[in-house]
Write a protein that binds this ligand. Structure first.
Ligand SMILES: C[S@@+](CC[C@H](N)C(=O)[O-])C[C@H]1O[C@@H](n2cnc3c(N)ncnc32)[C@H](O)[C@@H]1O
Length: 248
């Protein structure tokens, strides 16, 4: 069995890498929702709708480290949603698509999601969820096939690891999606090969200790953004600066 098939995100949910990925995703989506009331959202590697946070867990070095600053962080989409889900203490963590469904609702926007994952248990977990089309299969191929037949929207590419084969697929998908008018995010841990073409796509990187987070063996992570909207890049920089100011 190949290693991607065995990957289960449960042990990693809410860790420092997830905080960075979902923080950036939330800011990008919230910006788009403020301009567009309807959004097509596609994820190539979606994982489960929701995760339980148990101790001990990687989340303690991630979302757990943010929790004391929650009153100041609540004006960010990501933290506002986490807070509303965990009124009695931090116990639940949304997968990326559940998070975006809540972010759309908060803005009164409507979201249609096209999701891919190769794990049949993940497929069962999404069964019956409204406004979701789940596809059991490879997400690189799946999202690529969507480009020509759907209005453009937002894409998250979040493979469990990026080897040289995935790197080629990821670069190609980022380029093709941007060309087709989509806004695309790709997440990657720092220390993996520099495989994404950073001349073509904006990289937003965090050294975890810069924000008081603990990523275990990982020192940081990057989110790449491919889009043609300079206003979004500027806004993101400003919001990241504000986030770091609170966390430092
Ligand atoms: C990092 S997790 C996804 C986490 C999710 N995006 C989030 O932020 O909440 C990666 C997922 O990719 C799935 N996966 C592995 N190989 C895949 C492939 N070739 N195509 C689609 N999904 C795949 C795994 O089953 C796993 O659920």
């Amino acid at each position: 069995m190949d290693s991607e098939r065995q990957y289960n995100h449960s042990a990693h949910a809410g860790n420092a890498g997830d905080v960075w990925k979902h923080f950036v995703l939330g800011e990008v989506a919230d910006y788009i929702f403020s301009k567009k009331p309807r959004l097509i959202y596609a994820e190539s590697h979606v994982g489960y709708p929701e995760y339980e946070l148990n101790k001990p867990g990687e989340w303690e070095g991630g979302i757990g480290r943010c929790w004391p600053n929650l009153p100041d962080l609540k004006n960010f989409c990501y933290f506002d949603i986490l807070s509303a889900m965990n009124m009695k203490g931090l116990m639940r963590y949304p997968g990326s698509t559940s998070f975006l469904i809540k972010a759309a609702k908060k803005r009164g926007a409507s979201l249609q999601a096209e999701l891919w994952d190769t794990d049949p248990q993940v497929a069962s977990a999404w069964s019956g969820v409204e406004h979701i089309s789940f596809h059991l299969g490879d997400g690189f191929k799946g999202v690529r096939s969507l480009l020509g037949r759907s209005p453009s929207g937002l894409i998250l590419i979040d493979p469990p690891h990026i080897d040289s084969k995935n790197a080629k697929l990821a670069n190609a998908l980022l380029s093709a999606s941007k060309k087709a008018g989509w806004t695309v995010l790709l997440w990657q841990m720092a220390g993996q090969e520099k495989i994404i073409d950073s001349n073509k796509f904006e990289a937003y990187s965090l050294e975890f200790d810069q924000a008081g987070l603990d990523g275990g063996r990982w020192s940081g992570s990057s989110v790449y953004l491919a889009c043609s909207d300079q206003e979004l890049n500027s806004l993101l920089e400003k919001r990241i600066h504000e986030f770091l100011k609170i966390m430092c």
